[in-house]
Design a protein around this ligand. Structure first.
Ligand SMILES: CC(C)(COP(=O)(O)OP(=O)(O)OC[C@H]1O[C@@H](n2cnc3c(N)ncnc32)[C@H](O)[C@@H]1OP(=O)(O)O)[C@@H](O)C(=O)NCCC(=O)NCCS
Length: 289
C-alpha cells in the first residue's frame, strides 16, 4: 500500500488513547470551539478527558480512520503550560522527565472510496471499550448543532466525499517544535498520493499552518452566540486538492471516449475494406465479363 513515509510519526494503538486524551484536553482548550461546546470543563474536567479518550479510542479502532502520533521528551511541568485542567493522576503512572511520550496527534477520516480502510492499524488484536461518560462538561445542544453545521458546510461546498482531518492537536508544552506541521504534511501528502481532496475545519491557531501547506478557504463554519455565550464559535473550512474532485469521473469519461473512438475507427476501416472489395469485384467483373 502506498503511504507517505512515516518518519518519526507512529501509528496509534488503543493503549495510547488515555495519554492522547491528556494531549487533546490540554491543546483543544485553545480552540474557540472548546469554550463553546464545553462550558463546564472547569467543573467536570474528568468528563472532558473521558470524552476525548472515547473519541480517539473509537477512531484508533475504526477502519475508516488513520490516527498517527508524535513522541517527544516528557517535560515534568507540562500541565502548568496549559489552562486546561488535568487532574493529578490522570493517565496512570507519571513518566520520568525525558521519557518519550505522545505530545501530538492527528486523526484522518478516510474518503468513502479509500483503498486504505483498515490499513495502518496498530490494534494487535486488542479492542478496548471506553467507560460510560456522563458528559457534564458539555453543552449537548451546541455540540450537536456544531456537528450539523459542519456536515452542511461540507455538503454545500461539495466536500462531503473528501477525506477529513477530523482532529489535530499538539500539547501546548511542545508547541512550535514543528510537530503540527509534520502531522499535517503527512495528511496532505496522503491526499496527493491518493489524488483525493481533503478538508479540515480549521481553528484560528492552525489556519496559517494549513494555508502554508496549500489548503484553500472554502467557507466559514459559524455557530451564532446565545444568551449564555454571545461569542459563539467560528472556524474556516479549508480544502486541499480541489482539482482532484471528479477525477475518477473524468478518467472514466476519457476511457469511454477512447473506447467509442476506437470502435468507430475499426468500424470505418471494416466498411472501407468491404466497399473497396465490392468496387474491385464490380470493376474487374465488368472488364473480364
Ligand atoms: C495548531 C497546532 C496543531 C500547531 O502545532 P505546533 O506543533 O505548534 O505547530 P508547528 O510548530 O509546526 O507550527 C506551525 C504553526 O502553528 C501556529 N502556532 C503554533 N504555536 C502557536 C502559538 N503558540 N500561537 C499562535 N500560533 C501558533 C503558527 O502559525 C506556526 O507557524 P509559525 O511558527 O511559522 O508561526 C497547535 O498549536 C495546537 O494544537 N493548537 C490548539 C488546538 C488547535 O487549534 N488545533 C487545530 C484544530 S484544526
Amino acid at each position: 500500500m502506498d503511504f507517505p513515509p512515516l518518519g518519526t510519526l507512529r501509528i496509534a494503538s488503543p493503549a495510547d488513547a488515555l495519554r492522547i486524551s491528556i494531549v487533546a484536553t490540554a491543546a483543544f482548550r485553545y480552540s474557540p470551539l472548546f469554550d463553546w461546546e464545553r462550558p463546564d470543563h472547569a467543573k467536570y474536567p474528568e468528563d472532558t478527558l473521558e470524552s476525548y479518550h472515547t473519541q480517539f479510542l473509537n477512531a484508533i479502532q475504526s477502519d475508516d480512520h488513520i490516527v498517527l502520533v508524535q513522541e517527544d521528551a516528557y517535560l515534568g511541568n507540562e500541565n502548568h503550560k496549559t489552562t486546561a485542567i488535568i487532574p493529578d493522576g490522570t493517565g496512570g503512572t507519571t513518566p520520568k522527565a525525558g521519557d518519550g511520550v505522545i505530545v501530538a496527534v492527528i486523526s484522518i477520516k478516510l474518503d468513502p472510496n479509500s483503498p486504505h480502510k483498515g490499513k495502518l492499524k496498530n490494534n494487535k488484536g486488542l479492542h478496548l471499550t471506553a467507560p460510560e461518560n456522563p458528559g457534564r462538561d458539555l453543552n449537548q445542544r451546541r455540540y450537536d448543532e456544531w456537528g450539523t453545521l459542519s456536515v452542511a458546510a461540507r455538503k454545500k461546498n461539495k466536500a462531503h466525499k473528501d477525506s477529513i482531518i477530523s482532529m489535530i492537536v499538539v500539547h501546548p508544552a511542545y508547541w512550535r517544535r514543528g510537530h503540527g506541521t509534520r502531522l499535517a504534511t503527512w495528511a496532505r501528502d496522503l491526499a496527493i498520493k491518493d489524488r483525493v481532496p481533503q478538508c479540515v475545519s480549521a481553528a484560528p491557531m492552525s489556519q496559517c499552518l494549513f494555508i502554508s501547506l496549500g489548503y484553500r478557504r472554502l467557507d466559514e463554519i459559524v455557530a451564532r452566540g446565545d444568551e449564555d455565550d454571545p461569542r459563539g464559535a467560528k472556524t474556516l473550512l479549508l480544502e486541499f486538492g480541489c482539482e482532484y474532485r471528479g477525477g475518477l469521473c473524468k478518467r472514466r469519461l476519457l476511457r469511454w471516449i477512447i473506447m467509442v473512438a476506437k470502435d468507430s475507427l475499426m468500424g470505418l476501416v471494416g466498411l472501407t475494406q468491404r466497399t473497396l472489395g465490392r468496387v474491385q469485384f464490380y470493376v474487374f467483373g465488368n472488364l473480364w465479363g
